[in-house]
Design a protein around this ligand. Structure first.
Ligand SMILES: NC(=O)c1ccc[n+]([C@@H]2O[C@H](COP(=O)([O-])OP(=O)(O)OC[C@H]3O[C@@H](n4cnc5c(N)ncnc54)[C@H](O)[C@@H]3O)[C@@H](O)[C@H]2O)c1
Length: 341
C-alpha cells in the first residue's frame, strides 16, 4: 500500500476498545483526528473507560462479540485487534473465550481487513515467548510454551493469532503489523486484575501488607501506557513497520521490592510487605526492543515514579466514587493531566 496516497484522517476499527489499553488508544486516535469505531463485548472491559469519548461525533461504540461475523458499513482504513482477556486472572476465568477471541476473533477481523483493503495491527504479547530459554528475547526467538498448561489458553491463542495474521498477509496480501506488547501499566488498569502493580496498589489502598513472592529480588520491566499508546497509534504511518513483528515495551527493570516501595510512595502510604513462598517464575524477564527503537525512535520513557503517581491519582479518583475507603489518602504531588483527559 502506498502510504503517501493514504486518506487522512483514517476510519479506524478497534476491537477491545473498552479495555485498559484499547481505551487509551481510542482517546489517542480521536485526539490525532481520526474516526474511531470501537467494538467490545465488555467481558473484561468497562464502558466508563470510554466516558470521555461518548458524544464525540468521530467516535462510535458497538457492543459486540468479535468472534462472530464482523460487518462495518462503509470505508475502513485501519483495524486494530486488541480484544482479548489479558491478565492471568481474566484468561484463567475465561479460558474458552480467550481461545475464541484469539482464533475466531482474529479470523473475523482479518476477513474485514481483506474485504475493506484495510491495514491490520494485531496486539500480541511477550507471552508468545512462554518461559523463555533465551534472554533478552528478540523477535526471531520462537519461544518455549506449554500448550496444555493453564496459561496455554492465552499464549497459544496469541501464537495462533500471529500465524493467522501472517497467513492473511502472505496469502491475501493484507498489510499487517504484529506488536508483542510487554508489561504495561497506568490509569484504567483494574486493581483486581491480579497483576503485580495493580495488586500492590489495591493492597496499599486498603492499608494491607503488600504480598511479595520469595525474597522480592526478581525483576520485571514495565512501560507506562502513555508511552506505548502513541507509538501504536502511529504505527500505521511508519512504512518501516509494514508487515513487521516487533516487541514493544520498556527497558527499565525493577525488582519486586523496588516496585512495592514505589507503589507505597505513590499512594502516600507507609509500606508494609509480607513475603510468602516463592512461585515458580522467571527470575529476570527482559526482552530486546532494539527493532522497535530502530523503527519508531527512542523517546524518553515516563519514570516509574511519575507513571505510578498518575495511576494512583486515577485509582483514588475512581475509587472515591464507590467507597470511602480511599478518603484519607493524599497524593503527594499534583501531576499534570494525561494527554487523554
Ligand atoms: N496490558 C498489558 O500489559 C498487555 C501486555 C501484552 C499484550 N496485551 C494485549 O493488549 C490487548 C488489550 O489488553 P488489556 O490489558 O487492555 O486488557 P483488557 O482486558 O483491559 O481489554 C481487553 C478488551 O477486550 C474485550 N474483549 C474480549 N473478548 C472480546 C470479544 N470476543 N469481542 C469483543 N471484545 C472483547 C474486553 O471486554 C476488554 O474490553 C490484549 O489483546 C492483550 O493480549 C496487553
Amino acid at each position: 500500500m502506498n502510504h503517501e496516497n493514504s486518506k487522512k484522517p483514517y476510519r479506524i476499527v478497534i476491537t477491545g476498545g473498552a479495555g485498559f489499553l484499547g481505551s487509551h488508544l481510542c482517546s489517542k486516535l480521536i485526539q490525532i483526528g481520526h474516526e474511531v469505531i470501537c467494538i467490545d463485548n465488555l467481558i473484561t472491559g468497562n464502558p466508563d473507560n470510554l466516558a470521555p469519548l461518548m458524544g464525540n461525533k468521530r467516535f462510535r461504540f458497538l457492543a459486540y462479540d468479535v468472534t462472530n461475523f464482523v460487518h462495518i458499513e462503509g470505508r475502513v482504513d485501519v483495524i486494530l485487534h486488541f480484544a482479548s482477556p489479558a491478565s492471568p486472572t481474566d484468561y484463567l476465568e475465561f479460558p474458552i473465550q480467550t481461545l475464541k477471541v484469539g482464533a475466531l476473533g482474529t479470523h473475523k477481523t482479518l476477513g474485514l481487513a481483506k474485504a475493506k483493503g484495510a491495514r491490520y495491527l494485531l496486539a500480541s504479547t511477550s507471552e508468545v515467548y512462554g518461559d523463555p530459554l533465551l534472554s533478552p528475547q528478540t523477535e526471531d526467538y520462537w519461544g518455549n510454551v506449554n500448550p496444555v498448561g493453564p496459561r496455554g489458553v492465552y499464549d497459544e491463542a496469541k501464537r495462533f493469532a500471529e500465524a493467522m495474521t501472517m497467513a492473511y498477509h502472505r496469502y491475501h496480501g493484507v498489510e499487517t503489523r504484529i506488536v508483542r506488547i510487554f508489561n504495561t501499566y497506568g490509569p484504567r488498569m483494574r486493581l483486581n486484575d491480579g497483576r503485580v502493580l495493580p495488586t500492590f496498589m489495591k493492597q496499599a489502598l486498603h492499608g494491607e501488607p503488600l504480598t511479595i513472592f520469595g525474597d522480592g529480588s526478581q525483576s520485571r520491566a514495565f512501560s507506562y501506557v502513555g508511552d506505548i499508546a502513541p507509538v501504536i497509534a502511529n504505527a500505521e504511518n511508519i512504512p518501516a513497520a509494514e508487515n513487521q513483528i516487533f516487541n514493544i515495551g520498556a527497558d527499565l527493570q525493577f525488582t519486586v521490592n523496588e516496585l512495592a516501595k514505589e507503589v507505597c510512595l505513590a499512594m502516600g502510604k507507609e509500606g508494609h510487605t509480607r513475603h510468602v513462598e516463592a512461585r515458580n517464575e522467571v527470575a529476570h524477564a527482559y526482552s530486546s526492543h532494539e527493532k522497535a527503537i530502530r523503527i519508531f525512535g527512542n523517546a524518553k520513557p515516563t519514570s516509574l515514579k511519575e507513571g505510578l503517581g498518575r495511576m494512583a491519582l486515577w485509582a483514588l479518583k475512581t475509587g472515591s466514587k464507590k467507597s470511602d475507603v480511599f478518603g484519607n489518602i493524599e497524593i503527594r504531588e499534583k501531576l499534570p493531566p494525561l494527554w487523554l483527559e
